[in-house]
Design a protein around this ligand. Structure first.
Ligand code: 6PG
Length: 239
């Protein structure tokens, strides 16, 4: 059962959850594995995290929940935003960062390489301590787009998947994404949602009829760990 937090400051609340989830993981296992998202919620959260005095940066292992098929310095790169707005402003070292290589010529091979790296870094079974997500206008999370049959495939063995460019969501570029398995097994999942334009799709994700292809964000319902939707009043209005 997902928790829903309706708050005026979505990034601030997500930052509190970040601090809590990573502190718990570090206390229990000496480190915290975090999956960062792209999209509009990334920058405001990074700004909050950079301001925090409570994060033991050297204990974090950073992953990406998805990436666009562009070089790491490209304006569409999720890694670029994280590097400029988080890594360059904190003591995070490049050895702590597990990047999805969007510039790879063979994205299938890159997905397999990244899956191997994730397995080695996350142990057995591979589990993230915290997965951060945003909600797309079509009901996507990660790069699991609505209307794509494989979005309903948990991908236990894959872990990382190459996805064709979506036809209905910007930017229309190929992606590499974690599979739902790492969402389902994550110890904490935080989905940030803002604005009235996301209200209907958030309602479909939380209480619509079961349809993982039509609304891949429903994977959140299957999370084994703690799943928290942090949203503003506008996004929550149809819940
Ligand atoms: C990406 C993402 C993606 C994002 C949603 C929501 O690279 O695009 O990681 O899953 O979180 O599309 O994005 P917005 O918050 O910009 O709508």
């Amino acid at each position: 059962m997902s928790e829903i937090a309706v708050v005026p400051d979505v990034a601030g609340a997500a930052a509190e959850l970040f601090i809590e989830a990573t502190a718990g993981a570090i206390a229990a296992r000496g480190r915290a594995a975090v999956g960062l998202t792209g999209g509009s919620t990334a920058s405001p959260l990074y700004a909050e995290l950079v301001r925090s005095q409570k994060i033991p940066w050297d204990k974090l292992q950073i992953f990406f929940t998805d990436e666009r098929a562009v070089p790491p310095d490209h304006e569409l790169s999720n890694y670029r935003i994280a590097r400029q707005e988080l890594f360059d402003k904190t003591p995070i070292d490049s050895r702590q960062v597990h990047r999805l290589r969007g510039e790879a010529k063979d994205l299938e091979a890159e997905a397999q390489r990244a899956a191997r790296e994730s397995r080695e870094a996350l142990g057995i079974p591979p589990r993230l301590d915290l997965m951060l997500l945003g909600l797309g206008p079509d009901g996507h999370i990660l790069s699991l787009f609505a209307g794509v049959p494989s979005s309903a495939d948990r991908g236990d063995e894959e872990l990382v998947r190459h996805v064709k460019a979506p036809e209905h969501v910007e930017p229309k570029v190929e992606r590499i994404t974690l599979t739902p398995f790492l969402l389902v097994t994550a110890r904490t999942v935080v989905l940030q949602v803002k604005g009235a334009s996301k209200a209907a799709v958030l309602a479909k994700a939380m209480k619509g009829a079961n349809d993982l292809v039509g609304c891949p964000a429903q994977w959140l319902r299957k999370a084994a760990g703690r799943a928290v939707v942090v949203c503003d009043e506008e996004a929550a209005k149809d819940l």
